[in-house]
Design a protein around this ligand. Sequence first.
Ligand code: SF4
Length: 461
Amino acid sequence: MMGMQLAPAQLFYDFCLDDHVPADHLLRRIDRFLDLESVRTALKPFYSSIGRPSVDPELMMRMLIVGDCMGLRSERRLCEEVHLNLAYHWFCRLGLDGNVPDHSTFSRNRHGRFRQSDILRHLFETVVERCLAEGLVGGEGLAVDASLIAADTNKQRSIPGDAWRAQDHGANAHRAVQEYLATLDDAAFGAASEVTPKFVSPSDPAAQWTGAYKGHAFFAYATNYLIDTQHAIILDVEATRAIRQAEVGAARTMLGRTAERFGLKPQHLAADSAYGSAKNLAWLVKTRQTAPHIPVIDKADRTDSTLSRVDFVYDPEQDHYTCPGGKRLVQYRRNFTTPRTGVTKDGVRFYRAKQSDCQSCELKPRCCPNTPRRRVPRDLDEDARDVARALAGTPAFKRSRHHRKKIEMLFAHLKRILKLARLRLLGPNGARDEFLLAATAQNLRRLAKLRPMPGFAGVGA
Ligand code: SF4
């Protein structure tokens, strides 16, 4: 017999919200690791002690975490979903009849007390501390990388880079422009490069016009991750302009901050060749005493089958190279009254063979076919490059190269599952907020996966 759903006649129900959230629901698994008491304490000085009670900041934090964990990118949609979804109600401690705040509450707080208190970083670090407490961070091997996230602006509304001048924008400029003007001396944004970009977006001038993906160029920010390679826990995240100098600078900032906040000093750092400049390697080896598992950027390698620099042997005690023909290459062959350093403005020394040696050498066609004598450059930080070269190819280096892929998986997860392929907020602070929240959500999901609830081992997150 066909059944028919009748309109409920009961006036009162015996209803327990907790019973209606599945035992293995992602938010239930995440909830065990979330303690927002310190968030409430950190925000307290930013609320008045008199007047009407505000929306509970813990509720807003929980809603933001729901949004990022479940890939709900719009705050308007987030409010609708929290209103309708029982599991979201349960996670936000709303009960059945709790009031969901208006979406505008989030933007007001984001530009106000959330930013003044840097509460999103506090939340991120609270979750990292929980990962440390759960034993998910080894701390010996870290990896760093950056990924481009499209800014919420497009080419049609851009202007040529030289047509945008900072001095034309004053106190009346809109928020994203003012944020950019405030970061002009910041190495992650304005001071990262003196090159005028081809196009600038007047609505978000900090967004970088980039063709790094070889396809269509677009406006983007870079999200930089520093992860522990043991379980791919994100230890730090930083928003920068989408250019290499800013990304390398962010790696240093994150390593310094991780040491300061969590006392983590890695034995080795894995990264791709973008981080393999002599200067960066020297900073890692000499300043941080960290082994660089990083391919060296070496422009001295030749691809035209002539002899490369590796064919010349350097003697650090005598400070000279010996060529394959057994001749010496030195910086100077005579003594100057005023000693010369011989260092170029790029921090390079040149070692030269004797012209008479090269002219009579049978290796000359393979060594210096187009010049009268061979000249070999040596960077001031070549010793740090030598350390990195010696590590390349070792079993530890190969393991790091394999583990480094975990960071790529986190970026793929960020864009596909958390749906952060394009930013929703404008300006450097908007990018920072979105990246911090997304990294917090990713760490919470890792915690939920790696520390499953009893009886639910192996549930994915
Ligand atoms: S050409 Fe000059 S530098 Fe090259 S191998 Fe011969 S002597 Fe040495």
